[in-house]
Design a protein around this ligand. Structure first.
Ligand SMILES: Nc1ncnc2c1ncn2[C@@H]1O[C@H](COP(=O)(O)OP(=O)(O)OP(=O)(O)O)[C@@H](O)[C@H]1O
Ligand SMILES: [Mg+2]
Length: 431
């Protein structure tokens, strides 16, 4: 149609169009290359961030968020250069793209003006051709691509703000300022745990009560075993002791103080958790043990590994303590991971030691050796042991049998065996 109105002008305009198309593709290639480089450089920091989020329980439990942030910041240095390059490329391309359009428009008007001046076409024809060929086609195309980008961008930004605006369900403590004085004076906790009439449901399943009227008391420096069917709530109790969640009713007290009133970071500094699925970070064996105590000396690391019966296998690895564990500890066996996790807990010298199936992945011989080590380090600490195997819990000060969200019976191994209740049934089943 443009050709029909003013064919000469239309031909010139069509001839310069490919330059914008070529530039558009060049811009795409340069930007995608730059963003590829950036993504590669960001891999390490992304990995740290993913691991920290995936293993946030371990990070909070060991109070290492500051350390993880430092590592993350360090890892951010490498992608800085490609990020700058990418920003420059994007900036120049975004600036040059409209510039090129305006230049072609200027050419169109200059040539159109010349034709109008020489009387070959009217001024109206210049505008008609211009609007037909440039404005309508290009603007529609641009508007189309912009709206989808805008929509994508709006959704992405909304998702980010949703995360940023989230409030923690377990605030540090409403009385931290007031308590910090008291707590620093107190220095260490004794380690008495009281769980009183606790009802608890996970926030994601509020209608399903995992614990109801749950009662448990562990005197400072003693050990208690939690046994019961899978899914009865043992790990949940361990989580509540570290205040990963707040209870719905009742109270969890440490040394007689409601755990909600304690400065949670300070309190968790006295606890150590060996979780059901041992968490290993990418990095060396040494780093993984030192996670429990970032300022630990080499000697302390070796001592902790020895206590966890891990020194022997670590020494036999190619690079000893410097051996890379691989992403999520992929280069280690389940039992080796568990022993590293135990060494990490030992090095913390915790007042409250929480062992959630800490030796379940070990063979009988290693289990015995680790059990001996654990028995040794349990002395003088409040220890909560979750275990299925009887020989792991036989020697504990007390055993609590959990069923239907509460402690059904409690006593020493001998007492419970004499009682011939549910614990007796479980124990005889295993024989
Ligand atoms: N994050 C969660 N969100 C919702 N429900 C959960 C969550 N974690 C556990 N549960 C549910 O809570 C109940 C108790 O789980 P818990 O992990 O405490 O059991 P457990 O006694 O430790 O079992 P196991 O011996 O298999 O480790 C289970 O029914 C489980 O499905
Ligand atoms: Mg469990």
């Amino acid at each position: 149609m443009g050709l029909a109105v003013a064919w000469k002008l239309a031909l010139v305009m069509i001839a310069v169009q490919p330059s914008t198309v070529v530039f558009h593709y060049l811009k795409k290639i340069v930007l995608s290359n730059a963003s590829h480089d950036l993504a590669r450089a960001q891999h390490k920091s992304t990995q740290i961030a993913i691991e920290a989020v995936r293993n946030h329980r371990m990070v909070t439990s060991f109070g290492c968020s500051a350390e993880v942030l430092r590592l993350f910041e360090e890892a951010q240095e490498k992608p800085l250069k490609p990020a700058r390059r990418m920003a420059w490329a994007a900036g120049v391309a975004t600036g040059f793209s409209p510039c090129l359009s305006f230049l072609t428009w200027a050419l169109d008007f200059w040539y159109g003006g010349k034709l109008a001046q020489s009387g070959q076409i009217s001024a109206g024809d210049v505008f008609k051709t211009f609007f037909i060929l440039v404005s309508t086609g290009k603007l529609i195309a641009e508007a189309g691509s912009m709206t989808s980008d805008l929509a994508k961008g709006t959704n992405a930004v909304a998702a980010i703000f949703e995360v940023l605006d989230r409030q923690t369900m377990t605030p540090r403590s409403s009385q931290v300022d007031h308590l910090s004085e008291k707590t620093t004076l107190q220095r260490r906790i004794q380690g008495r745990i009281e769980i009183k009439k606790v009802d608890f449901a996970y926030p994601s399943r509020p209608q399903c009560l995992v614990l109801r009227e749950f009662n448990l008391e562990v005197k400072a420096g003693t050990s208690v075993g939690l046994v019961g069917r899978s899914g009865c709530g043992k790990s949940t109790v361990v989580g509540l002791i570290q205040r990963f969640y707040d209870v719905d009713r009742g109270v969890v007290r440490i040394d007689g103080v409601d755990v909600r009133e304690l400065d949670i970071i300070w309190y968790r500094g006295f606890t150590a958790l060996v979780s059901q699925e041992p968490v290993i970070f990418s990095g060396s064996v040494r780093d993984n043990i030192a996670f429990g105590k970032p300022e630990a000396t080499e000697n302390e690391i070796v001592e902790a590994a020895k206590a966890a019966n891990a020194h022997e296998f670590i020494s036999s690895l190619k690079d000893g303590y410097g051996t890379d564990c691989g992403e999520r500890g992929i280069q280690l066996s389940g039992g080796q991971k568990q022993r590293i996790a135990i060494a990490r807990a030992i090095i913390r010298n915790p007042t409250i030691l929480l062992l959630d199936e800490a030796t379940s992945a070990l063979d009988v011989q290693s289990e015995r050796a680790v059990q001996e080590a654990l028995d040794r380090i349990m002395v003088g600490r409040t220890t909560v042991v979750v275990a299925h195997r009887m020989n792991t819990i036989k020697g504990l000060d007390s055993i609590a049998f959990v069923g239907e969200g509460r402690v059904v019976e409690q006593g020493t191994y001998a007492q419970l065996m004499n009682k011939k209740g549910p614990f007796y049934n479980l124990a005889t089943l295993q024989k």
